[in-house]
Design a protein around this ligand. Structure first.
Ligand code: PPE
Length: 307
């Protein structure tokens, strides 16, 4: 893909040029995966650029840091303001936002407590996560031979860099086998999530999604879809999902800040429903995009305007 570089990156309170946003190779994070991060999108609504669910993302960033005993040297408000400033400085109307908190350069050894907790915020233009056609056509996926981490190994509710070694195994296996994405089961064999997305099953007009106990990230898009679907009159059930429900679903879709709502048209070469994008998936997409374009009232206060 390659980056569509922006101009400046926020590092510990200062703007630095994109190409100068560097860290030392002996930083703790490089060796031991000690980072937590967020992925957020800013949309060019008809009332101007606005960030989708910024306070919720920042709160999750701080919670991820708390789980890993990292003290972020800023308040949540300061990070929210820094995100907005970073978008403005870079003159972007629509972008992906990546706040990152990491154990920096001081000493090595597993014990992280001597290392500083550093913070960076980058923004760049990022198109469709699972391919340009994915939102309309759907994607082909496989069930991964890798499971998500067991609950007493890595905390799935923390969006930590180290979790993404597991995600990379899932993603690489899928790509090498000719699929766009992999779905991982949890350690007990029930459906968990994609390498970078939550998952919903639609069957007989009801939406099902794995509970937080199935080693999923508590996705903010997941939460938005639960809210929207409920408002549209659908029943949404958080429950344990056996693998075979993927094969006999009427519709399946991924959710995520990067993936938005991406339909899944086949799993392990078994066609999901009629293949392609299902009608409920399309309805939810339309509703979400209406909010993101500013076409409907933002009644949940999900948009933070960049001004
Ligand atoms: N599960 C995982 C494992 C995950 O990484 C994401 C987001 C989600 C669920 C959905 O969460 P939310 O974005 O709050 O709805 N993955 C981010 C990073 C993707 C990447 O490749 O980097 C994202 O979508 O920004």
């Amino acid at each position: 893909m390659g980056f569509k570089k922006a101009d400046k990156i926020w590092m510990n309170g200062e703007f630095v040029n994109w190409d100068d946003a560097k860290i030392h190779v002996l930083s703790h994070v490089v060796h031991y995966g000690s980072s937590v991060f967020e992925g957020i999108r800013c949309y060019n609504t008809k009332h101007g650029p606005a960030v989708f669910r910024l306070p919720e993302h920042t709160r999750r960033l701080f919670n991820s840091a708390k789980i890993y005993r990292m003290d972020i040297p800023y308040t949540q408000d300061e990070i929210n303001r820094a995100v907005i400033e970073t978008i403005k400085v870079n003159n972007l109307k629509e972008c992906y936002i990546r706040p990152l908190v990491y154990r920096g350069y001081e000493s090595l050894g597993v014990n992280p407590f001597n290392c500083p907790v550093d913070v960076a915020i980058a923004v760049w233009e990022w198109g469709r996560y699972l391919g340009p056609e994915a939102l309309e056509q759907g994607v082909d996926v496989m069930v991964s031979s890798w499971a998500r981490m067991a609950p007493n190994t890595f905390p799935a509710m923390a969006k930590a860099g180290a979790n993404y070694m597991n995600s990379q195994l899932i993603k690489m296996e899928a790509i090498k086998n000719g699929y766009t994405e992999g779905i991982a089961l949890d350690v007990t064999g029930y459906v968990s999530e994609g390498s970078g997305e939550n998952l919903f099953v639609v069957r007989d007009g009801v939406l099902y999604t794995p509970p937080l106990g199935a080693s999923v990230l508590a996705g903010i898009t997941r939460d938005s879809v639960i809210t929207i679907a409920t408002e549209l009159g659908y029943r949404v059930v958080e429950q344990i999902i056996p693998r075979e429900m993927l094969y006999i679903a009427d519709e399946l879709f991924f959710t995520g800040s990067a993936a938005e709502i991406t339909p899944i048209r086949s799993v392990d070469k078994i066609t999901v429903g009629k293949g392609g994008r299902g009608p409920i998936t399309e309805k939810l997409q339309e509703h979400l995009f209406d909010i993101l374009k500013g076409e409907v009232e933002d009644k949940h206060n999900w948009l933070t305007r960049v001004e």
